[in-house]
Design a protein around this ligand. Structure first.
Ligand SMILES: NC(=O)C1=CN([C@@H]2O[C@H](COP(=O)(O)OP(=O)(O)OC[C@H]3O[C@@H](n4cnc5c(N)ncnc54)[C@H](O)[C@@H]3O)[C@@H](O)[C@H]2O)[C@@H](O)CC1
Ligand SMILES: [K+]
Length: 530
């Protein structure tokens, strides 16, 4: 499913009217009808229940006013408030407002203290709240009265359904500069927006469902929209099917360059995750003094000692020559987990990646190696995949983390183009950005995955997939499988999950996903046969 920016959603809206003859009022009516249905689901029926409806004067308010009519028809008792100016109603919202007036429904304005008291008590007595104050038309800081309404809603603690997006969340960025409605559910109209996915906005949405409100599907699948969800549908298209004639060589020979004294675990996790992702052969290159230890630690992963200058860390010309010669025998290379940040190691990383011409994943300290020279990334012989967490991404860009978070999507998109790299930026919602401008948002994952080694497992998973599919697409499937494995591990271990639990859940996720795909194909087949 695509993810749309506000201007793209407006363009879709306009095209629906101009190219398909679907007027805005009709879409609003659909949105209102769906919102009433969702409200009934949230409240386990609305008949005889009191619902407090907050409407703004934009089209988000129009949706709420349309919903009000349906809820009234279904026997709900309504308390309607206008958190906006009736003189500023959009044409469609004004249309919905007039219908309610003709039905004899009172809509209270919020002007004097008595009005605010009325709102306060209505919220106190309500069984549920419908939030149609602000939608995609809102950016920046809230005006004072709107801020007060939202604070009243949140303080009441009633079940809340937000229409399109919780009021106060900026749709393009997920920013919440003042406050936002804390929704239990959000009915997303048309397509999800970045604000439903990125923090902090995502945390205000509760569970969300997307409804196309009757918009023609060709508009929702437009090629000009360059954001998409990394969902089951996309993963099922990406998942490679292994040929019966496959052997370990065809499934990928992956070289992992990782580890230093004190960080051998990162190396072991990354290498073994590459195998769990289905790679045929994985070799872990480590500084020679750590080699014997790694041989004991790992069974299926092969190990190679690399000459060292300083015990237990990578560095020096002999190491560079050894790594380049070794890499020539492999299909893809992962460099970075647990390398440490010694200057000789950083130098080795920069020389190595400038010379190696293989599908390449740079993780952790290998990303740090480019901190003072990120532009060098664009001159590499390959388009590397970088897997920074948000702090590492901010470090690479030389901006503070809060600043990066505020405009994560455009900044990461620009950086991917500028550095000619695929950026996998890990956070509550990991995003994958390609140099051509395409950006993908994760739908899987959980807070339990914020644990040491989780990133090593992801880097290994991506590298492990690189020969099994088009290497440029491996980050997408890798992020999806890692997130899904993390969810499975979370189900079993909760917040006590550790990185190897994610790795060990990878096979099960892949098997169950393969089964699902087969069932779907089978069902499509029988439907076609009918
Ligand atoms: N294709 C679609 O997605 C459709 C969208 N519709 C709805 O239309 C919404 C967008 O409508 P609009 O563009 O009219 O915008 P909104 O209704 O989201 O917001 C506009 C209102 O917000 C107020 N506002 C703006 N900034 C403010 C601030 N800082 N503090 C307080 N108030 C502020 C404005 O005064 C205006 O009244 C969507 O979110 C959705 O709910 C639907 O009506 C049907 C079709
Ligand atoms: K809203």
């Amino acid at each position: 499913m695509k993810v749309s920016l506000v201007r793209e959603m407006r363009r879709i809206d306009q095209a629906a009217a101009e190219r398909y003859g679907l007027p805005e009022l009709l879409l609003m009516e659909n949105a209102g009808h769906r919102a009433a249905e969702q409200m009934a689901a949230l409240m386990h029926g609305v008949k005889g229940k009191t619902i407090c409806i907050l409407s703004g004067s934009g089209n988000n308010g129009g949706d709420a006013l349309a919903a009000a009519r349906h809820l009234f028809n279904q026997g709900a008792r309504l308390k309607l408030f206008l958190a906006g100016n009736p003189d500023h109603f959009t044409e469609s919202a004004a249309g919905m407002y007039q219908v309610l007036q003709k039905m004899g429904l009172d809509i209270h304005r919020l002007e004097c203290d008595r009005d605010w008291d009325r709102l306060h008590f209505a919220l106190k007595l309500a069984d549920g709240v419908l939030d149609g104050i602000l939608g995609t038309g809102f950016t920046g800081e809230l005006r004072k009265p709107t801020l007060r309404v939202i604070e009243e809603i949140n303080a009441a603690g009633k079940p809340v359904l937000s229409i399109d997006i919780p009021s106060g969340v900026e749709a393009d960025t997920g920013r919440v500069l003042s406050v936002a409605v804390q929704a239990d559910r959000t009915l997303v109209l048309g397509l999800p927006k970045p604000g439903h996915l990125l923090s902090p906005g995502a945390e205000y949405c509760g569970s969300w469902t997307v409804d196309d409100i009757g918009l023609p599907s060709p508009l929702l699948e437009e090629e000009q929209i360059h954001q998409a969800l990394l969902d089951d549908e996309m993963a099922s298209l990406l998942l490679p099917v292994r040929a019966r004639s496959a052997h370990k060589g065809t499934c990928g020979r992956i070289l992992v360059i990782a580890g230093s004294r004190g960080m051998t675990g990162a190396a072991a996790l990354a290498a073994s995750s590459a195998l769990r992702a289905g790679a045929g052969i994985v070799t872990l290159a480590v500084p020679e003094s750590l080699h014997d230890l790694m041989e004991i630690k790992l069974t299926e992963v092969m190990t190679r000692p690399i000459p060292e200058q300083t015990p237990g860390i990578f560095g020096g010309e002999a190491a560079l020559a050894a790594l380049l010669s070794l890499a020539s025998e492999y299909d893809a290379v992962l460099i970075g987990p647990g390398l440490g940040r010694a200057e000789e190691t950083m130098e080795l990383v920069r020389f190595f990646v400038a010379k190696v011409n293989k599908p390449l994943v740079l993780d952790a300290d290998a990303i740090y190696a480019f901190r003072s020279c990120p532009d060098d990334l664009s001159a590499l012989p390959q388009i590397p995949v970088l897997t920074p967490h948000i702090g590492e991404m901010a470090g690479l860009l030389g901006v503070p983390v809060p600043e990066l978070r505020e405009s994560l999507l455009p900044v990461v998109r620009d950086a991917a183009a500028e550095y000619q790299s695929v950026l996998v930026v890990k956070s509550e919602c990991t995003i994958v950005a390609y140099p051509d401008g395409d950006v993908f948002f994760t739908t899987k994952g959980n807070p339990g995955m914020a644990t040491a080694g989780s990133g090593d497992v992801l880097a290994g998973t991506i590298a492990g997939l690189m020969k099994q599919m088009k290497s440029a697409l491996a980050p997408l499937l890798g992020v999806y499988l890692h997130g899904a494995a993390g969810d499975l591990a979370y189900e079993r271990k909760g917040e006590a999950l550790i990185a190897s639990d994610i790795r060990e859940a990878l096979p099960e996720v892949r098997v169950s996903f393969q089964k699902k795909i087969k069932t779907n194909v089978f069902m499509q087949g029988t439907r076609r046969g009918e």
